[in-house]
Design a protein. Structure first.
Length: 310
């Protein structure tokens, strides 16, 4: 008699890693570095696919509706936890339609102005915005992006008012910053460092609680001399998720591979080159709890800032 058929080995074909943001942005940059590392570890081809739009919800929805076999995964950032606070109707449930596989890496946000800007400090920029409400514009890669929510918090705390201009990607926002069309862009360290080191932009402050080794002379937001920001801190993070219903054995394998990557010294050095570090290890339950806690935190932040779901 024929025995029971053995389960197919995983992975048995290329893994699609969906990035819900445009090419060249911080999530894309880190996602491609991550894909290369995981591909090497697993001995499998990992194909990166940018699926952009609607504040990362289009790409996330594609993963939520994909076959739960471990061959379609989502590499996303803190926007995944913020979107429920921005959109009344979403095509998926942020928690139950996914399996949060693992937290990944995190890095700070840098407040930037053009190299020729008159503003030499964050206090200069905020003082100008306070003096002329809604006169100045700041750009971001979209609602719920790190650039957006970091500036939302700064403006809400200080009572300053600036107009939010949404771009298809951070590269487009940077183009307008360099031309003087907009006054400021907040960008993650992942993509900001190249422009800073090239002298294209002037960094005003970093959102981490302490100064960072890759920009040791740059003050933190806390050091800006603005009393309302004396305890300010923020970092952007990345997470790997699979569709709900993915077999536990596959989820466990992916989790182990991620943890191995985050301990790999060469990979850690690559992350450091982008101003990122591995997040503290969390098991599967801890990863899910982290996502839920972030959703609650950002809901409170958006509410206090006067942002309501649309």
């Amino acid at each position: 008699m024929a025995g029971a058929q053995a389960p197919s080995p995983y992975p048995d074909r290329p893994i699609r890693l969906l990035l819900p943001f445009s090419a060249g942005g911080p999530t894309d940059t880190l996602g491609r570095v991550f894909a290369e590392q995981i591909s090497k570890q697993m001995g499998a081809r990992v194909v990166v696919e940018n699926r952009t739009g609607a504040g990362s919800t289009i790409g996330a929805d594609a993963v939520a509706k994909a076959a739960p076999d471990g061959h379609t995964l989502l590499f996303t950032n803190l926007s995944h936890s913020i979107n429920p606070s921005l959109y009344q109707r979403m095509p998926y449930d942020t928690v139950t339609d996914f399996v949060p596989v693992s937290v990944l890496m995190e890095g700070p946000v840098v407040v930037l102005v053009g190299a020729d800007s008159p503003y030499r400090s964050l206090k200069d920029l905020i003082d100008a915005a306070r003096a002329r409400p809604d006169h100045y514009d700041y750009g971001s890669a979209g609602n719920g992006s790190a650039a957006h929510v970091s500036m939302v918090q700064i403006l809400a705390r200080t009572g300053a008012q600036m107009n939010h201009i949404v771009y298809r990607g951070v590269a487009n926002a940077m183009t307008d910053l360099l031309s003087g069309t907009i006054a400021s862009v907040n960008d993650t360290s992942t993509t900001a460092l190249g422009s800073i080191r090239g002298g294209l932009v002037r960094p005003l402050a970093v959102t981490s609680p302490t100064r960072v080794p890759f920009l040791p002379d740059l003050p933190t937001v806390r050091e800006s001399g603005i009393p309302e920001l004396a305890d300010f801190q923020m970092s952007t993070w990345n997470m790997l998720l699979a569709p709900a219903g993915t077999p536990q054995a596959i989820v466990d394998r992916l989790h182990r591979e991620v943890q191995a990557a985050m301990r790999d010294e060469a990979f850690i050095a690559k992350l450091a080159g982008f101003g990122n570090v591995p997040m503290p290890e969390a098991d599967l339950a801890g990863t899910r709890a982290f996502l839920i806690a972030e959703m609650e935190r950002w809901r409170d932040v958006m509410y206090q800032a006067g942002v309501r779901p649309e």
